[in-house]
Design a protein around this ligand. Structure first.
Ligand code: AMP
Ligand code: MG
Length: 323
């Protein structure tokens, strides 16, 4: 396809349990296709390295051994873990990559959700807490202080892969691209071929075929966390797969939370955190972190449509809807 100042190339692959999609533009179609292929190969490599579901992934090896002795990890994984620890501390533990035992107790790891008995929740909670994880910057090691702890990068790994792709595309001189990991995290690199910001739709949480709103973005990560894709209905309540690690219960209050940040890793982690924190905590976080903004879609009473709560004055809503 020719478009404005160049050619537009699309490429996709299945990785990290979702469809990764790249839309990039530039002058030379063949060059863009080769760059896209290389970028998607990198996504597949990251999936093998970071997945807690894959036996012998780097994360699986950490989980198998880090409560016995410090485990040396790659500089890449170390930096990602350090960023996760910083976000956990800044969100009062709402974002926590050690939440795995709770995700398993609630059946979300195996995609067979159920309400666990209270003693099981309490036992899982005893093995959760980012403060029980130690990073040694000098030796690039990770250790767990509590038996049975584990890490799961499900709330940040897709964003990390999107950032790696964005960095590679920049290095290769690609002037503009949209990088999507499924429907949950995107990065808008540069602009569209006509020089205007990219348009990113935010799915309506109760009807993903509709858009709740459209954002105009450039050089930013945008992520969406919600409770309607993987969830369980019990006792008249909807329990989603995002757990509040402080209580051991699925977070309540929002239908979805969208975070915008300078990187997709950060927006991915923060969308999960904002979903747990709710409106007040998200406002507090955004007011002390310039460059981070949010759109929250609260649960409403029957019959009402969602009304987005916009937090941050740099959010640009687009009139036009991208197709
Ligand atoms: P996301 O869709 O990015 O919000 O990530 C949700 C996934 O992260 C879940 O399926 C769990 O595997 C994991 N998770 C659940 N709750 C949390 C939490 N509070 N902090 C970090 N990861 C979580
Ligand atoms: Mg996330």
């Amino acid at each position: 396809m020719r478009c404005g100042r160049g050619r537009v190339v699309r490429a996709s692959c299945w990785a990290m349990a979702c469809q990764f999609e790249l839309i990039l533009w530039g002058r030379d179609r063949r060059y863009l296709e080769a760059v896209a292929r290389e970028a998607l190969d990198e996504v597949r490599r990251l999936d093998e390295q970071l997945s807690a579901h894959r036996v012998l992934s780097e994360v699986d090896q950490v989980n198998a051994a880090a409560c016995r002795a410090p485990v040396k990890v790659s500089p890449q994984l170390f930096d990602l873990l350090a960023m996760c620890m910083r976000i956990s501390a800044d969100t009062d533990g709402a974002f926590d990559i050690t939440t795995g035992p709770l995700v398993k107790a609630w059946g979300f790891f195996d995609r067979k959700p159920r309400v666990p008995p209270p003693d099981e929740t309490a036992e899982a909670l005893s093995r959760v807490g980012f403060r029980h994880l130690t990073l040694d910057e000098t030796n690039l090691t990770v250790s767990f202080c509590v038996e049975g702890m584990e890490i799961n990068l499900g709330a940040v790994g897709k964003g990390y892969a999107v950032d790696c792709v964005a960095r590679y595309l920049r290095e290769m001189g690609v002037p503009g691209a949209l990088i999507h990991s499924g429907r949950s995290t995107s990065y808008a690199l540069g602009t569209q071929p006509d020089g205007t910001p990219w348009r990113l739709g935010v799915a309506h949480p109760l009807d993903p075929s509709r858009r709740a709103l459209t954002l105009a973005v450039s050089d930013r990560g945008v992520s969406n966390s919600g409770c309607t894709e993987q969830c369980l209905e019990a006792d008249g309540r909807l329990y989603g797969h995002i757990i509040d690690p402080r209580t051991g219960w699925p977070a309540q209050g929002l239908l979805s939370a969208v975070a915008l940040a300078s990187t997709a890793s950060e927006s991915d982690a923060l969308a999960t955190a904002f979903f747990v924190l709710g409106e007040e905590g998200t406002r507090r976080y955004c007011s002390s972190h310039p460059g981070v903004s949010a759109v929250l879609l609260p649960r409403l009473s029957d019959g009402c449509d969602v009304e987005p709560v916009i937090i941050g004055d740099d959010i640009c809503l687009a009139q036009e809807v991208e197709t």
